[in-house]
Design a protein around this ligand. Structure first.
Ligand SMILES: [Zn+2]
Length: 450
């Protein structure tokens, strides 16, 4: 699909349990990806070794020579100073490593190193939920609560790289102890570890919760999916704990808006992915109610779109920002072609069966499509990677029927849908500048024997 002269960036997301890397075009298309486990108790040398394996593997999978790499972005879970030196990484052993300098020396390309959550927000700004915004605050409740702040297109790092640690702003001075040593931090109330603590405490006092059925009596690790199920079942203990978490997040957003007067809050992370319907409206309501902003525009509150790719793509966005791309041509979405014969092409591939181009530009075959039914599962598959708009290109004499659940899903996710004859769909798709996906349901191919 990519031309031989296409150039690439490498993005690497170094996490506590795995390292995720991508070979990415200047337009943001992921051409190859690879995962490696982070070796337990790894030191800086081991992690550098994994990065080396990652680079080799990406070049091999992408079938790309090293000379075509424009730069490398690396994300680490910790504080990185403005020179690209890792200051502290609490969960992996990279503290004090001059990562940028080491990698630049080894690969002779530009390297940027940054905090993973900051880069995740930058990724969402480049290709995800924040594409039209210049001022964004990202909040990612997962095990803890990660944060990132973008002002006028650039993320804040602060004097020593420790800015935007939004999980550790105080929402309750009398609140519970945080892992950082302070009390009443946002993440000590709204992080998953905090919610787990509160649910366990409630059970210890004799309160019942369906979570004991879902994850076991010890309530050792309560995954986001289990929380979502308990919420849907109106479990009183879970609802109470999560309401408190949502209120803390909402309060933090109101305060942050007073500091930054932001354009948009992007909420992501495992808990929001599973329970976005619960969190987002509460935060939106709190921002709307803020009397200080009654005469001003309320910031948008949106869900993150890139999922696990956000940080890796953000690492690429960071190194890409300082790269001269004047001589580089690269496109993100394939251009669709409609022929007078009725045939549709995606790049050079003829669409002769149901196929779709996902929001990340990848051409895929649906797992299950039983015409004419568009089911909830199918819609969920077609809209993976978060498009704003979904086109459906239907061949002559074809009909589709949407299940109520599928329609509901699109509405809930704020995804516009356009069902059009193939020629019109191709035109509309090519002209659309949003994040987009298209599903082709062509008329059966003529055999040409008649
Ligand atoms: Zn804290």
């Amino acid at each position: 699909m990519q031309s031989k002269s296409e150039k690439y960036f490498i993005g690497i997301d170094v996490g506590g349990t795995k390292v995720y890397g991508g070979l990415v075009t200047p337009a943001g298309m992921i051409a190859a990806q690879h995962k490696e486990p982070t070796p337990p108790h790894a030191g800086p040398r081991d992690i550098l070794k994994v990065i080396g394996i990652m680079v080799k593997e990406l070049l091999k999978v992408g079938n790309v020579a090293r000379g075509r790499i424009l730069g490398m972005g690396v994300a680490v879970p910790g504080i990185v100073d403005n020179s690209g030196k890792v200051v502290i990484t609490p969960n992996i052993n990279l503290s004090g490593t001059d990562l940028k300098r080491i990698l630049e020396k080894k690969y002779k390309i530009r390297v940027t190193v940054g905090n993973d959550v900051n880069l995740g927000v930058l990724g969402e700004k480049w290709l995800g939920a924040g594409r039209k915004a210049q001022n964004i605050i990202g909040l990612f409740p997962g095990t803890g609560v990660g944060g990132g702040v973008i002002v006028k297109g650039d993320f804040l790092t602060g004097y020593q790289g420790a800015a935007a640690e939004l999980g550790h702003i105080c929402v309750d001075p009398q609140g519970p102890a945080c892992t950082c040593g302070n009390a009443g931090c946002l993440e000590a109330v709204a992080g998953r570890w905090a919610m787990e603590r509160d649910i366990r405490a409630a059970v210890k006092k004799g309160e019942k919760t369906i979570l004991t059925d879902l994850v076991g009596a010890k309530l050792e690790q309560i995954k986001s999916g289990a929380l979502a199920k308990a919420l849907a079942a109106k479990d009183p203990a879970v609802t109470r704990v999560m309401t408190r978490a949502a209120d803390a997040l909402a309060e933090a957003c109101v305060t942050l808006n007073h500091v930054f007067n932001t354009e948009m809050f992007i909420l992501g992370g495992g808990v929001v992915e599973a329970c976005g319907d619960f969190f987002l409206p509460r935060i939106e309501r709190a921002l709307k109610k803020d009397p200080f902003f009654s005469k001003l525009q309320t910031p948008k509150v949106v869900a993150a779109k890139l999922g696990d790719d956000a940080v890796m793509l953000g690492a690429v966005a960071a190194v890409r920002q300082g790269t001269d791309l004047r001589t580089v041509t690269s496109t993100y979405y394939p251009r669709l072609k409609y022929m007078p014969s009725g045939k549709v092409f995606v790049n050079a591939i003829e669409i002769d069966k149901p196929l779709y181009v996902r929001a990340d530009g990848k051409l895929k075959e649906p797992e299950e499509f039983v015409p004419p039914h568009i089911t909830h599962d199918l819609v969920e598959e077609l809209t993976k990677k978060g498009p704003d708009t979904l086109f459906i290109a239907i061949g002559l004499k074809k009909r589709l029927s949407f299940s109520a659940k599928a329609e509901n899903y699109l509405k809930k996710k704020h995804i516009n849908i356009h069902i059009l004859p193939a020629s019109a769909a191709v035109k509309a798709y090519n002209a659309c500048e949003e994040r987009k996906a298209v599903f082709f349901y062509p008329a059966p191919a003529r055999t040409g024997k008649s």
